[in-house]
Design a binder for this molecule. Structure first.
Ligand SMILES: [Ca+2]
Length: 409
């Protein structure tokens, strides 16, 4: 009996010990620390006029910002949709799901972030700057495309064509932002006279804006002589360096005669060649490199004799449109495109012109790094009857003081 009593007491003691241990475990969750939900808003969108925008949430400043890029957007009745993270409790003025708000003024609401109440502010912005009324413009005239600069900030469209383009009939195509409203004289495609500026009106949703279309020509720039050099290719003129003070480098050395017979100004140093008549494997041409591709727009040939004997009387210039460096020139090679043709025959023995040679203009504009100058006739060939027949054997000779090159910018 005594043994049974002791056993019962021992069992009871174990039960008490076990109950105490179990009670300790049961208390643990209520002692876990609470953490605030740092980003309590999980979804914030707003809908206006069928367009939905996503809010930008700043959890440091506790703001939700909706930006509407439609000028004149009605923000007096915006459907705002909010959802929250777990452990977040909506408080004063907070809502879950959709609610229509007048956001002409900020809307404030409170959330409990699991630790404390925090106040968020909903703010709406209507931005105008993002609406560009004219989104695309293209223009062609005489079969050539103009280079268009569209400036929505200053309401200006500038179109640049190559020199010589007829600006009285320019076909202009425009695409407007679907939210903009074309107004007076606006059009999607029309052939207009751009010898004078053309104005049209477009409304960006807030106000009428007057745009100006202006057309002009590419500016031209004289290339530095340092960027130009003669390149030897197969079949070009046989340039014998040093003969009669002729060197290839003298074509682009920025030195020429200011008057006829002023040879001492350049120490008789000039460019050219002295090929015999009847040469069939070489031609009266040379290739020159302008360092970077550009559209040659004009040249000025500074004479040596001048306008007599070996100087070029009729010449043309071709642009190399093939890949890499040209290895030869040929009239039948289609990668050589003719861009300029000039005839100085009428300047025969015009000494006074030596001080101010004509600038010969290109008729085609092709971006190229390599060009070929083809002397079709020197003055012996062009003025055969007027020159001393004895020297006609020099019909394949060439002389020049300098070649100046202009390019389109
Ligand atoms: Ca020179």
């Amino acid at each position: 009996m005594k043994t049974k009593l002791l056993t019962a007491l021992a069992l009871a003691g174990c039960a008490i010990a076990c109950w105490t241990a179990c009670d300790t475990k049961a208390d643990l969750p209520t002692e876990m620390p609470k953490y605030p939900v740092a980003a309590p808003i999980s979804v914030a969108t707003a809908t206006s006029g069928g367009a939905q925008v996503t809010g930008t949430i700043d959890n440091e400043k506790r703001t939700v910002t909706f930006k509407f890029d439609q000028p004149g957007a009605d923000i007096t009745a915006i459907t705002v949709h909010l959802e929250y993270k777990e452990n977040v409790t909506p408080g004063k003025n907070a809502f879950t799901g959709d609610k229509t708000l007048d956001l002409t003024e900020d809307y404030k609401f409170t959330l409990n972030n699991n630790v404390e109440d925090v106040e968020y502010t909903i703010h709406a912005e209507v931005t105008v700057a993002t609406l560009t009324p004219v989104t695309m413009v293209s223009a062609t005239a005489g079969g050539k495309s103009g280079k268009v600069t569209l400036d929505n900030e200053n309401h200006r469209i500038d179109i640049v064509f190559v020199p010589g383009t007829d600006l009285s009939a320019v076909t202009v195509s425009m695409i407007f932002d679907e939210r903009a409203t074309p107004g007076k004289d606006a059009f999607e495609e029309k052939t207009i006279d751009l010898t004078e500026d053309y104005n049209f009106v477009v409304n960006n949703g807030l106000e009428d804006l007057t745009y100006t279309i202006h057309a002009g020509f590419n500016a031209e720039a004289l290339l530095s002589h340092e960027l130009c050099s003669v390149v030897r290719v197969d079949g070009d003129a046989d340039m014998v360096e040093g003969y009669d003070n002729m060197f290839m480098a003298n074509l682009f050395d920025n030195k020429w005669m200011s008057a006829a017979s002023a040879y001492d100004e350049i120490d008789y140093l000039h460019f050219g060649w002295t090929m015999d008549m009847g040469v069939t494997d070489r031609g009266n041409w040379f290739v020159f490199d302008i360092t970077e591709p550009a559209a040659l727009s004009a040249v000025k040939v500074w004479p040596y004799w001048p306008y007599d004997r070996n100087d070029p009387a009729v010449f043309s210039i071709y642009a190399w449109t093939g890949s890499g460096e040209p290895t030869a020139w040929s009239a039948s090679e289609t990668s050589w495109k003719k861009v300029l043709q000039a005839d100085h025959s009428d300047l025969f023995r015009s000494n006074e012109t030596c001080a101010n040679p004509p600038q010969d203009k290109a008729s085609e504009f092709v971006e190229a790094q390599y060009y070929c100058f083809v002397m079709e006739k020197n003055f012996y060939a062009a003025k055969e009857g007027d020159c001393d027949e004895w020297w006609y054997v020099r019909v394949n000779w060439c002389t020049m003081s300098e070649l100046q090159v202009w390019v389109l910018q």
